[in-house]
Design a protein around this ligand. Structure first.
Ligand code: C2E
Ligand code: MG
Ligand code: MG
Length: 439
């Protein structure tokens, strides 16, 4: 045992009999141990590898067969000491994620081989109450000094490599220089997001949409907002990216649906009977549980499904169109409406219009923002309005920022306007006052 920070009385790494209470292990111990290992490696000219291992189906086992994630993890961890060397260290990061430090390696290949061994060991089925269950480990690999120079970089980049492995659907992935671009986005904030969901730190703001015919606000779009004290505002696009990569998207979408429908109910009781538009991720469209989750939220908040618009974005790829279509059809059967968001920014605009049971198209702000100055943007906007009307779809223009654009859109027959000219997205109380002022 060569790493003193983990060899002290308050050692938190998993012991070789795997019998410790997993809750005792803290991430805080990882950094000093890694710094120590890096210092040794500099002198000995060896490598230090960090493997971030996530058990992919562990939370599903909890939901489906009632085996708590922590128990799955505990059983998985018990197998690892047998295949690790004395100086290797394990630190639990979350219920289904563990970080493994392998000091004193001769080459990257050794790290890759260790990752393969760990993966095979964890993949073998476990028996729980006489039934066999299995998890799918995904491993992110990073080495000092090849991919990172400090303990912080190693931890973050191992996490990124693990996320990339998940997105690419491969079992192991070694961090590549081009993956540095994810650092800003991820920076290990999957755990912050999990915590934010658990402790209700996220918020929804609501952006009003105005009906061109009446000039009144008929609907609002729920938009995610999240402020991490030491990091500031995190963009919803980044939140969604991390949620998708980490498997938290189902929980996040459930939170968004329940929160927006609860506040729609509150608005109604305060005299503002508005339609609610809710964004869902294309990843949700691969989730068989989505229609039930939506049904549950509608039941809980006594929502009128006809007053809920589900927005699916055109800008990210839908992997299995046929399967997504069955999910969308089930949402329609519940009575909800469907909108195609960011129209014109993806590769499949027209095929989605042809195949999906849509009620609305939202023209992306990219075309709307400059339509008064740019003839081609104006022509695109006019054509999309005509196209939508031919399919008997309603059209929303996003990104309406000035009066001239509003007037032109009205002239072209657009149905609904949304943009900073009308209002930015507002917190619930501010929205209610905005409505009460008769905006
Ligand atoms: P989106 O659904 O297309 O939402 C419209 C975005 O345009 C919002 O950005 C809004 O603040 C911004 N916007 C509205 N009017 C104007 C304008 O006049 N000018 C300009 N420049 N921008 C305007 P935001 O809130 O940053 O959201 C970005 C995207 O994140 C959303 O695009 C949506 O795709 C995604 N998103 C937000 N909340 C959620 C959510 O709860 N679930 C999911 N799955 N995605 C969400
Ligand atoms: Mg939207
Ligand atoms: Mg949009």
């Amino acid at each position: 045992m060569s790493f003193s920070p983990l060899d002290t009385g308050k050692q938190r790494a998993i012991s070789s009999d795997g019998s410790r209470d997993l809750h005792e292990f803290q991430r805080a111990d990882l950094k000093p141990a890694l710094t120590n290992a890096i210092d040794h490696a500099r002198i000995s000219q060896r490598l230090v590898a960090v493997l971030m291992v996530k058990l992919i189906r562990a939370d599903k086992l909890d939901a489906i067969v009632g085996i708590p994630t922590i128990d799955v993890m505990r059983r998985a961890m018990k197998r690892l000491p047998d295949i690790l060397r004395g100086a290797d260290r394990l630190v639990q990061i979350t219920d289904d994620k563990v970080c493994i430090m392998l000091p004193n390696l001769k080459s990257e290949t050794q790290a890759w081989l260790a990752a393969s061994k760990i993966q095979q060991t964890l993949e073998a089925p476990f028996s729980f109450n006489e039934s066999l269950v299995s998890v799918r480990p995904v491993v992110g690999i990073v080495c000092f000094p090849v991919h990172a120079a400090t303990a912080d970089e190693l931890i973050i980049r191992a996490d990124i490599a693990m996320q990339v492995a998940r997105i690419r659907d491969v079992a192991k992935y070694v961090f590549q220089p081009e993956d540095k671009r994810f650092e800003e986005v991820y920076s290990g904030f999957e755990d912050d997001l999990r915590e934010a969901l658990r402790t209700n730190q996220l918020e929804l703001h609501y952006q009003p949409q105005v009906d061109f015919k009446t000039g009144k606000c008929s609907s609002v779009e729920a938009l995610l907002r999240w402020q991490i004290p030491e990091r500031g505002f995190i963009s919803p696009a980044a939140i969604i990216q991390v949620a998708e990569a980490s498997g938290l998207i189902g929980t996040l979408t459930s939170w968004v649906l329940n929160t927006s429908l609860r506040q729609q109910n509150d608005l109604r009781r305060n005299g503002a009977d508005l339609n609610m538009s809710v964004n869902i991720s294309t990843v949700n469209l691969a989730d068989t549980e989505l229609p039930d989750m939506v049904g549950q939220a509608i039941g809980t908040w006594q929502a009128d499904p006809q007053k809920i618009m589900i927005e699916i974005t055109e800008s990210s790829t839908i992997n299995d169109i046929d399967y997504s279509l069955t999910i969308l059809q089930r949402l329609k059967e519940i009575g909800m409406k469907l909108s195609l968001d960011d129209f014109g920014t993806g590769y499949s605009s027209l095929s989605y219009v042809k195949r999906f049971p849509l009620d609305e198209i939202k023209i992306d702000k990219l075309f709307v923002q400059n339509m008064c100055e740019t003839k081609k943007d104006q022509q695109i906007v006019r054509s999309v309005i005509d196209l939508a009307h031919h399919f008997e779809l309603s059209v929303v223009a996003e990104g309406v920022e000035d009066d001239a654009t509003y007037r032109d859109l009205k002239k072209f027959g657009c149905d609904v306007a949304q943009g900073f000219l009308i209002s930015k997205a507002l917190p619930y109380d501010a929205l209610l006052s905005w409505i009460k002022k008769g905006r």
